[in-house]
Design a protein around this ligand. Sequence first.
Ligand code: UT7
Length: 349
Amino acid sequence: MFKSIIAGIGMYVPENIVTNNHLTKYMDTSDEWIQERTGIKERRYAHRTNETTTTMAVEASKIAIERAGITAQDIDFIVFATLSPDYYFPGCGVLLQRAMKMKEIGALDVRNQCSGFVYALSVADQFIKTGMYKNILVVGAEKHSFGLDFSTRGRNVSVIFGDGAGAVVLQPTEDNNRGILSTHLHSDGESAEILAMYNPGTHANHWANKNYASFNDGEIADMFMSHAMIDNAQNFPYMDGPSVFKKAIVKFPEVILEALKKNNYTPENISMLIPHQANLRIAQFVQQKLGLKDEQVYNNIQYYGNTTAASVPIALCEAWEKGKIKQGDLVCLAAFGSGFTWASALLKW
Ligand code: UT7
C-alpha cells in the first residue's frame, strides 16, 4: 500500500482587500466588534464579474501543479471542495478540468463546507493508497462575497467570510517516513439547520403548514426559488453563531486528539497545527486546551477571514511558504463546520 504525500501546494487570494471599516458603510458594525469577536482585520473579495470560485481555483492549482513538477495533463483525478460553486450544477470540478485543459479525468465535488478540504484530502488519499491514481488535484475554493447579506440583518455572517482558493497535488510515495498518516471524518446532522443556506433547495420547510400534494406545478416551482424567499433573505447563509461556537470548541480538540492517538503521538509532538480559520477565538481556545505553544499553531484569519473550504489549504500553503513547515514535520489539519461535519488529517511533511 502506498502513502500519499503533498507534492505541491498553491494558494490564491484576490487583490481586493476589504477592511472592517469598509463594511461599516453597508451595515451597523465596527472594526472593534469584528476584531474582538473574530480576530478578523480584513478579508479579500473576488472581482465581481471576472473572478469565480473556479477561476481562483485555477490560479491556486497552477502553482500547486508547478511545484509538484508536473503539468495539468498529468493530473488524473480532481476532488473539488466548495460551498459557493459557480453553478448550482454542474460542480466546479468539471469547470476546473475544462479551464485547465486536462484530460477526460474524473472530477468529484465535495460539499462539506468548512471541513470540505479535509474530507476531499481524505477521499484523494484513499485513491492514492490503493494505487488507482498517481496525481490527484485536491482543491478548496470559495467566492462568498457574491452571496452574502450586506445589510445589518446578515452582519453576524457577512463580516466573517472571505474569498480565496488553495490546492494541493497528492502523489504516492513508498517512503514510510512521509505522507498522510491518517484521516478522521465525522458528522452529526442533528443541528444541520443552524448553519445553513436553505434556498434554493427541495426542503419546502417554509410551506410546512400547507398541503404539498395539493399544489400545482407552478406553485411547486415557486417553492424552489421565489420572490418571498429573497425578500426574507432565505437565499443567504444563516448561522446561530454562539451554538456553532460551543460545538466547535468541543469537536476541534476531540478530532485532533483522535488523530494523535491513532498514531501514538501527543499534542507536544505536533510541529504545526493548521486549524480551519473559523474564528481566532476558537483557534486560541483549541491551542490552550491542547497546551500548544504559539509556534505550533498557524492562523491567518486576521487577513483573509473565514474562507470555509479554502481556509485549510490557504493556511497550510502560507505556513509552508513562510518556512514554518519543513520536511519531516508532524502537521495536523483540522476543521469543523456546517452539517455539522468535522475532520482531521495527520501527516508527516
Ligand atoms: O466556519 C464554520 C463554523 N463557524 C463558526 O465556527 C463560527 C462560530 N461562531 C462565531 O464565531 C461567533 O458566534 C460569531 C463571530 C459569529 C458571533 O460572535 P458572538 O460573540 O457569538 O456574538 P453573538 O452572535 O452572540 O452576538 C452578540 C451581539 C448581538 O447583539 P445583542 O443581541 O447582544 O444586542 C448581535 O446582534 O453582537 C451583535 N452582532 C454584531 N454587532 C456588530 C452580531 N454580529 C455583529 C456585527 N457587528 N457584525
